[in-house]
Design a protein around this ligand. Structure first.
Ligand code: ADP
Ligand code: GLC
Length: 484
C-alpha cells in the first residue's frame, strides 16, 4: 500500500540516459521507496532514448509554445518505472549526452532546457495537470533546482520540495538577463531568491528555496558547509543547516549481484568467493594483461576528471608497479588523463591496460575480477563504485572524503586484529599519502587469511537501498506532517 506520492525530477535516469551516479540513484530509489509505502513518479526530459523506451504512453498535457516550441507531457512506464516525460523536441531531441553535443561543448540553451523541466515539475506540484498531483516535489542537482523557485514564485499554495545535491562542482550559473526567458518574475532576482554573485544560480535557488536539502552522505553534508567543499555556497548551506542532512546512497543489488550477473565470466558470492579467480583471469585476458593470479590487480571504473584524483595514480604508477601489481582502467572524460593512461599502457605492456569509453559490461567485469578498486577522489559526495566493489569483493582503496569516508572501514591495525576492515583509506589526498596506502595494500595482499576475511566483510556489507530509502521516506513523511 502506498500512501505518499512523490514526484522525482532529474536530468538523467538509468538505464536510459546516464553520465554518472545521479542516473543510478534516480533509477533505483523508486523501487526501494515502494517498499516504504512511497509511490515515486519520475519526470525526465524526452531524450530519444527515453521516448523509445516508453511503453504505451498517454498524453497527460499539451503545451502550445512552451519555452520556444510545442511540447507534450507523456505518462507511461519503462523499465518498471512510472515516468512523466517532457516531449519537447526543440529542447531534447539531440545527439550526445544530456548536457552536451558530440563536440564536448555544453548546449548553449541548457538553462532553458532545464528550466523547462523544472517548470513542469512545479506545474505538476501546483496541480495544473489534472491526472497527477504529487504530495512532494523532489529535485536532483542543479538542472532541476529551479523547481522550488517556480513553486515559490507562483504565489499559490504548493507542496513541500526537497533538493538533493549530488555534486557541488556543478551549479548551473547563467546571466541575469535570462530571467524573463526563464519565466521568473523580477523580484525572484534577489539574495533571498535566485541571485548568485550577480548571476542566476540554479543550485543556489534550490538550496535557498527548498523545504529540505539533502546530499548523498553525512560526511559530504558537513564538507559542503566549509569554504573548500561548499564551492561558493557554503555560507548559504550553513545558514540552511537545520534543514540540511546527508543520506547515503545505495546500489541496485539486483543489477549488481555477483551471484547472478550475466555480464561477468563466472558467478560467485560470499559463500563461494573462490570463483572470483575466473573473473580475474577473464579480465586479464580481455585487456591483454599478463594472466597471473598472484599479481595484485587494481581496477578503476571512473569518469576521468580532477575530482577523481586519477592524476595521482599516473604520478605514482611506479609505486603500484614496484610491488608486482597490475592496473586495469575503464574511463572516459579528460583527454589529458586518457592520454596519460594510454602512454602508461604502452610503456608497461601486460601490466597496465586502459579501455577508453563507457562500457557497462566491462565495468562489471572489472568489479568482479580486480583485487582492489581504486577511488582516490579529492572529493566524493557519495561514490557508487566503491559500493559495487564491496559487493563484488574487490577491496576499495579510497581517499578519506565524503561518502568514501562513510562507507569503507579502514583496515588499520586495530580493525585488522579484530578482523573487521573492508578497505584502505588515506588522507589527505596527496601523492605521499596515496603511496603509503599502496604499500599498505601490498602488505595486506601478502596476508592471505586476512585478505580473504576482508573480502568476506566487504561482500557482507549492506550496500542496498533499504536503509537509505527508509531515511528518505521518513524525511518525506516529516515534511508532509509539518504541513498538516
Ligand atoms: P560519479 O557520479 O561522480 O561519476 P559514482 O561513483 O557515483 O561517480 O557513479 C559512477 C557510476 O558510473 C557507477 O555506476 C560506475 O560504475 C559508472 N561508470 C563510471 N565510468 C564508467 C565507464 N567508463 N563505463 C561504465 N560505467 C562507468
Ligand atoms: C555525483 C557524485 C557521486 C555520487 C553521485 C550519485 O555524481 O560525484 O559521488 O555518488 O552523484 O549521488
Amino acid at each position: 500500500m502506498t500512501d505518499l506520492k512523490v514526484l522525482s525530477v532529474a536530468s538523467e535516469l538509468y538505464p536510459f540516459v546516464k553520465t554518472g551516479g545521479l542516473a543510478d540513484v534516480v533509477g533505483a530509489l523508486p523501487g526501494a521507496l515502494a517498499a516504504e509505502g512511497v509511490a515515486v513518479t519520475t519526470l525526465v526530459p524526452g531524450y530519444p532514448a527515453v521516448l523509445a523506451a516508453l511503453v504505451e504512453p498517454e498524453i497527460a498535457y499539451v503545451y502550445h509554445w512552451f519555452f520556444g516550441g510545442d511540447a507534450r507531457l507523456l505518462r507511461g512506464k519503462a523499465a518498471g518505472l512510472d515516468l512523466l516525460v517532457l516531449d519537447a523536441p526543440h529542447l531534447y531531441d539531440r545527439p550526445g549526452n544530456p548536457y552536451m553535443g558530440g563536440d564536448g561543448r555544453d548546449w548553449p540553451d541548457n538553462p532553458i532546457r532545464f528550466a523547462a523541466l523544472s517548470r513542469i515539475a512545479a506545474d505538476l506540484g501546483l496541480g495544473f495537470v489534472p491526472s497527477y498531483k504529487p504530495d512532494i516535489v523532489h529535485a536532483h542537482d542543479w538542472p532541476t533546482s529551479l523547481a522550488p523557485a517556480y513553486l515559490r514564485y507562483s504565489g499559490r499554495p504548493h507542496p513541500p520540495s526537497v533538493v538533493t545535491i549530488h555534486n557541488m562542482a556543478f551549479q548551473g550559473q547563467y546571466p541575469r538577463e535570462l530571467l524573463p526567458a526563464l519565466g521568473l518574475p523580477d523580484h525572484a532576482y534577489s539574495v533571498e531568491g535566485v541571485e548568485y554573485f550577480g548571476t542566476i544560480g540554479f543550485l543556489k535557488a534550490g538550496i535557498q528555496l527548498a523545504d529540505r536539502i539533502t546530499t548523498v552522505s553525512p560526511t559530504y553534508a558537513t564538507e559542503i558547509c566549509t569554504a573548500e567543499g561548499g564551492m561558493g555556497l557554503d555560507g548559504l548551506l550553513r545558514a540552511r543547516g537545520p534543514v540540511l542532512s546527508g543520506i547515503l546512497n545505495g546500489i541496485d543489488t539486483t543489477v549488481w549481484d555477483p551471484a547472478s550477473d550475466p555480464l561477468i565470466a563466472a558467478p560467485f558470492d560470499a559463500a563461494r568467493p573462490g570463483d572470483r579467480t575466473l573473473n580475474k583471469r577473464a579480465l586479464q585476458e580481455r585487456l591483454g594483461l599478463n594472466v597471473d593470479p598472484d599479481a595484485q590487480l587494481f581496477g578503476i571504473v571512473s569518469r576521468l576528471t580532477w575530482q577523481k584524483g586519477l592524476d595521482l595514480v599516473l604520478d605514482r604508477l611506479g609505486t603500484l608497479l614496484s610491488s608486482g601489481a597490475q592496473l586495469a582502467v575503464l574511463g572516459s572524460g579528460d583527454p589529458g588523463l586518457a592520454e596519460g593512461f594510454g602512454l602508461a599502457a604502452i610503456g608497461n605492456p601486460g601490466r597496465v591496460a586502459i579501455a577508453h569509453g563507457y562500457d557497462e559490461g566491462l565495468a562489471h567485469l572489472i568489479q568482479a575480477g580486480s583485487d582492489v578498486i581504486l577511488v582516490p577522489s579529492r572529493f566524493e559526495p557519495c561514490g557508487l563504485t566503491q559500493l559495487c566493489a564491496l559487493r563484488y569483493g574487490a577491496i576499495p582503496l579510497v581517499g578519506r572524503v565524503g561518502g568514501l569516508a562513510d562507507t569503507i572501514i579502514d583496515a588499520n591495525d586495530v580493525a585488522r586484529a579484530a578482523g573487521i576492515g573492508t578497505g584502505v583509506q588515506f588522507a589527505p589526498v596527496t601523492g605521499e599519502r596515496y603511496d603509503a596506502a599502496l604499500l599498505r595494500m601490498a602488505d595486506l595482499w601478502r596476508d592471505k587469511p586476512y585478505w580473504k576475511k576482508m573480502q568476506k566483510n566487504a561482500m557482507k556489507t549492506d550496500v542496498s537501498w533499504q536503509r537509505p530509502a527508509a531515511a528518505y521516506a521518513a524525511l518525506y513523511r516529516s515534511l508532509v506532517a509539518g504541513r498538516s
